[in-house]
Ligand binder design. Structure first.
Ligand SMILES: [Zn+2]
Length: 293
């Protein structure tokens, strides 16, 4: 059984064909061109899938990774950075055009699945994968299967509330994890403390500037609170970090101590590791959606 994975992003659509033993046989990227609208995006995905199917093979699965979520009630896309998909029966329309079952999941679940099967979570039973980038998301994988939950919100870590008086979040609540440890939130906190604007990449190299220690202390406190809450409930075998913020090295040293500080365990030793697949996790996770065999 071969696997086709498609990662639908705001600017590019990436596709892979993976063999039964996990070898990437073919890989292709095309632009999304959101301005051309819904029907054009569907048609581009259809032609990408057809290009990836080698020699007319009929024995394959197709999985799609998209940043949006699918309403369990209506099957419609609920939110997406590709706005023309919102409210559309995207999965059904693709199935109709391709005459094939389409498996679909969000980027955090695909990330967690890819890392659990081929990345830093390999060999661990319960994997909590988190994306800390422009937004914050999470996915739970147990025995190489995504755990989606009754309402398909399992692992939505970015919207855990860790401070009811915290910053307002786009979801309508206050103090969500995303409002503290996403890339933009961390840059905003730096500006509040120092009065200056800097990119996150530059901030972590500004160790001698007054305000750095305060910024880092706040960051790690929120990181520790947010992850220890998950560990106290899920008790995963490993936590894999992804997204731009996961490149900050002190998360894997000082960060561990803050997670331990707030963890209920007498023996806090959950490994917290950096991802191995980088930007490829979305498309690889998409390919592995559905039955693992
Ligand atoms: Zn929120």
């Amino acid at each position: 059984m071969k696997r086709i994975g498609i990662d639908l992003g705001g600017s590019k659509i990436e596709g892979v064909l993976i063999s039964g033993n996990g070898e990437i046989l073919s890989r292709k990227r095309i632009p999304t061109i959101r301005s051309e609208g819904y029907e054009a995006i569907l048609n581009r995905i259809v032609s990408l899938v057809r290009e990836l199917i080698d020699n007319g093979s009929v024995d394959y699965t197709i999985g799609i990774c998209t940043p949006g979520t699918i309403s369990p009630k209506s099957g419609m896309i609920k939110n997406s950075n590709t706005a023309c998909l919102i409210g559309k029966p995207f999965q059904q329309d693709l199935e109709d055009k391709l005459y094939h079952t389409i498996l679909m999941d969000n980027d955090a679940n695909c990330f967690a699945l890819a890392e659990a099967i081929l990345g830093a979570g390999q060999g661990f039973n319960t994997v909590f994968g988190v994306i800390m980038g422009t937004g914050v998301g999470g996915g739970i994988v147990i025995n190489k299967q995504v755990h989606r939950g009754a309402g398909l919100i399992a692992g939505e870590w970015g919207h855990h509330k860790i401070d009811p008086n915290g910053p307002k979040c786009y979801c309508g609540n206050r103090g969500c994890v995303e409002t503290f440890i996403s890339g933009p939130a961390l840059e905003h906190q730096w500006t509040s403390i120092t009065g200056k604007s800097l990119t996150l990449e530059k901030i972590v190299n500004e160790k001698d500037i007054p305000g750095y220690n305060e910024w880092k202390e706040e960051f790690l406190t929120h990181f520790g609170l947010a992850l220890s809450n998950v560990i106290n409930i899920l008790d995963p075998d490993v936590v894999v970090l992804g997204g731009g913020v996961s490149n900050i090295s002190f998360l894997y040293s000082d960060g561990l101590r803050y997670v331990e500080k707030y963890s209920f365990s007498d023996y806090p030793n959950t490994p917290i590791v950096q991802n191995k697949l980088g930007d490829s996790a979305g498309v690889i996770g998409a390919a592995y959606l559905g039955e693992w065999s």
